[in-house]
Design a protein around this ligand. Structure first.
Ligand code: CP
Length: 310
């Protein structure tokens, strides 16, 4: 018996799926969301089990994957480094071989991308990236779906990224290259995006701006993230100084398009990376964005296990 079923697909970074796959997923997410709002059962994954492995804290990712899998008719096993052998140096390869013989799908939140890639290489079932130091593809999937819900296609649009050149920024760049939009990147000196780490082919889908106000000019979407991502807490004080001018203000939103949206993957620090007037203001889509993690990940889990459904 083959240990890896033919057609096994992982979702380790945004570029693992094609533009056609995303078009399908956005339509499917809309259908799944409509059913959820109507209290209509949608349980294509009955008897399937998702293992969720968290090496970092989470609210949205935990709740959306766990609630989502139950809503799809399946069940969930929750593991953390502290309550499993993962925290006692069992090799990733061995953990992957064992866990993937017992469940149908694995979601992992961890540190280095190499760890999830090693796990996936030894897994018999699809593996989903629930955030690594380098990428956060499920979040960008939700952000794109949210943009499309509010404004239609993102092709040809401008997304302004204000802040850290982190896993979110890297993933936005992959999405821009695949789906045909432009990212205006403004990061403090020393916190730039590394194109090689972002894993993009060319520099054609983004422009770099020293001044965040210039990056926001004419943007269709302004987005940011915390100044200090999980795993970088030792740099907190240095980052507070370096990022002081990279706070999304009402003035930045005022130079964006009149109908520009604001997004933030959350959790947010009001008064640091974004002013309260922006995140709690009329252009903010952050609550839809957070909710949409549920709907897009249900579509993603269904797609990885069952393929495209009519
Ligand atoms: N945006 C996001 O991934 O949130 P959590 O860290 O709460 O999962």
């Amino acid at each position: 018996m083959s240990t890896k079923p033919p057609g096994l697909r992982h979702y380790l970074q945004f570029s693992d799926l094609s533009a056609e796959d995303y078009a399908y997923l956005f339509e499917r997410s809309a259908l799944i969301k409509r059913k959820f709002k109507a209290y209509e059962k949608h349980q294509p994954l009955s008897d399937r089990t998702l293992a969720m492995i968290f090496e970092k804290a989470s609210t949205r990712t935990r709740v959306s994957f766990e609630a989502g899998m139950y809503q799809l008719g399946g069940s969930v096993v929750h593991l953390t480094t502290g309550d499993s052998q993962l925290g006692r140096a069992e090799p990733i390869e061995d953990s992957a071989k064992v866990i993937s013989r017992m469940v149908d799908l694995v979601m992992i939140r961890t540190y280095e991308q190499t760890k999830i890639e090693t796990f996936a290489a030894h897994s018999r079932v699809p593996v989903i990236n629930g955030l690594t130091n380098e990428f956060h593809p499920c979040q960008i999937l939700a952000d794109l779906f949210t943009f499309i819900e509010h404004r239609g296609s993102i092709a040809g649009k401008v997304v302004a990224w204000v802040g850290d050149g982190n896993n979110m920024a890297n993933t936005w760049l992959q999405a821009a290259e695949l789906l045909g939009f432009t990212v205006h990147l403004s990061t403090p000196s020393g916190y730039e995006v590394d194109q090689a780490v972002a894993g993009i082919r060319s520099g054609e889908s983004y422009k770099v701006f020293r001044d965040p106000m210039q990056a926001c000019k004419g943007a269709d979407l302004v987005t940011t993230d915390v100044w200090t991502s999980m795993g970088y807490e030792a740099e907190n004080e240095a980052r507070k100084k370096a990022f002081a001018d990279w706070c999304v203000t009402p003035a930045m939103m005022a130079v964006a398009k009149n109908d520009a949206l604001f997004m933030h993957c959350l959790p947010a620090h009001r008064g640091e990376e974004v002013m309260a007037e922006v995140i709690d203001g009329p252009q903010s889509a952050v609550w839809d964005e957070a909710e949409n993690r549920l709907h897009v990940q249900k579509a993603l889990m269904e797609f990885l296990l069952l393929g495209r459904l009519a």
